[in-house]
Design a protein around this ligand. Structure first.
Ligand code: IMP
Length: 418
């Protein structure tokens, strides 16, 4: 069984915890896009782990953890993550890195900084990890791949070409020799993890192993389907798995969408259900809505059914996992966006024309809150009736069932729904 997990909003839906829970039942966890712009949080016995590059399945020593070719790698960050995990007693014997993944170079971070400054008010609000420029070099066919770090001459030639290409933007702080030596050293230290991950995944599929493909960011941050240009630079929808991990679409058995009981967004860009003031503060404080990578405070808003319907369509979602329901426990009334209004028109499908995103107004249905603590529940049947009605509404809007409910940050705080 090969399952894909994706975010249905603008990221930060709580995928890390869900993947950690689903990882229990699989043989391998694979990342297929993004870089260290993401941060998946897992809390085990009160101990907090934040994963930026390594699939969160690494906490189970027997699972294979694979970083596919579609991911961009900052080798310094990856090595630091490896060392920190090792210091905490986590074994990395089952960690594999694609030789075809592209590498984030020091100048990518600088180029991103320049680009964001240049945009001024139109800035994207990126994580400034160099992810976008690394993907840009990949698409422009001058990128440096992980396997290049193992070949002295190849690396030197590519590095020279790139520094020459970007010369007018970069000052002398980027010494070719220095970067070359540092990245050769990274290559040496990463060598034992580098393989053809597509082949490994293929073999696992042939052996009928269970594989979980771990999406980063979310549908509305996808380079093609998101709120372009306020998006990340990779395909974070389920389709990204095929190119980013090297498998065919016929190999995917199930697609799970993780959706938060309300919506957040980090960085700039349209956000139709965004709220300000008291509700914003409650959502942010109760939901601890601060970036796990950049520590920026996240913008908050009510649940948006239009984007859920969109995510269900473009990802081919089979089922949903609803997270952070407990954050809504104290509300007397809860709003849920069922459509958008554009002028006099009511729109049910997410508009493809970007000029509409800033102008649409959410059409809300209001529901009564349940005003009971759900975080201490251990059984779905004990969920207050009004909370169940909220779930039912979400299922109705998305046209897909919710199979799992997350009611707290700890590993066990999940209710399955049969
Ligand atoms: P980049 O991925 O660093 O290029 O940033 C592009 C946009 O995606 C910005 O709005 C970021 O805040 C957002 N973004 C990137 N990764 C994540 C994530 O893991 N969670 C939430 N937002 C993200």
């Amino acid at each position: 069984m090969n399952t894909v997990v994706v975010g249905t909003q603008w990221g930060d839906e709580g995928k890390g915890k869900i993947i950690d829970s689903l990882a229990k039942k699989v043989d391998a966890v694979v990342r297929f896009q993004g870089g260290n712009n993401t941060g998946h949080t897992v809390i085990v016995n009160g101990e907090k782990f934040i994963f930026h590059l390594i699939p969160s399945g690494i906490l189970y020593s027997e699972k294979k953890c694979i970083v596919g070719n579609g991911v961009v790698i900052d080798p310094g960050v990856l090595l630091k993550e490896i060392e920190e995990l090792q210091e905490r007693g986590v074994k990395l014997d089952n960690f594999y890195l694609s030789g075809n993944a592209h590498v984030i170079m020091p100048y990518h971070k600088k180029l991103e900084e320049i680009e964001e400054e240049r945009r001024g008010k139109m800035r994207i609000g990126t994580t400034r990890k160099g992810v976008g420029p690394a993907y840009a070099d990949k698409i422009a066919r001058r990128g440096i791949r992980v396997s290049d770090l193992l070949k002295k001459e190849v690396l030197l030639n590519k590095l020279r070409m790139n520094l020459k290409f970007w010369k007018e933007f970069l000052n002398s702080e980027f010494s070719c020799e220095k970067i070359w030596k540092q990245y050769l050293d990274y290559g040496k230290r990463l060598r034992k993890y580098i393989i053809d991950t597509s082949l490994l995944i293929h073999k696992l599929i042939q052996e009928k192993k269970n594989i979980l493909f771990e999406g980063a960011q979310g549908t509305l941050l996808d380079i093609d389907y998101g709120t372009y240009p306020y998006v990340t630079s990779s395909n974070s929808v389920a389709g990204g798995v095929c190119a980013g991990a090297g498998i065919g679409p016929t190999c995917i058995d199930k697609v799970i969408g993780v959706t938060k009981a309300y919506v957040t967004r980090v960085g700039e860009g349209p956000f139709p259900t965004e709220v300000r003031g008291e509700i914003e503060n409650i959502l942010r404080e109760r939901g601890k809505e601060y970036g796990s990578t950049t520590h920026r405070s996240r913008r908050c808003g009510w649940f948006d059914g239009v984007i859920l319907r969109y995510a269900a369509r473009v990802n081919g979602l089979d089922e949903l996992v609803l997270t952070k329901l407990d954050v809504l426990d104290s509300f007397e009334r809860i709003k849920i966006c069922v459509a958008y209004k554009y002028g006099k028109r009511i729109i049910r499908d997410f508009p493809f024309q970007s000029f509409m995103w800033e102008k649409v107004e959410p059409v809300y249905e209001e529901m009564e809150g349940w005003r009971k603590d759900t975080s201490s529940l251990r059984n779905f049947k004990d969920l207050p009736l009004r909370a169940r009605e909220y779930l039912k509404k979400i299922e109705e809007i998305g046209g897909i069932p919710i199979r799992l409910l997350s009611i707290g940050p700890q590993r066990g705080e999940l209710l399955s729904i049969d």
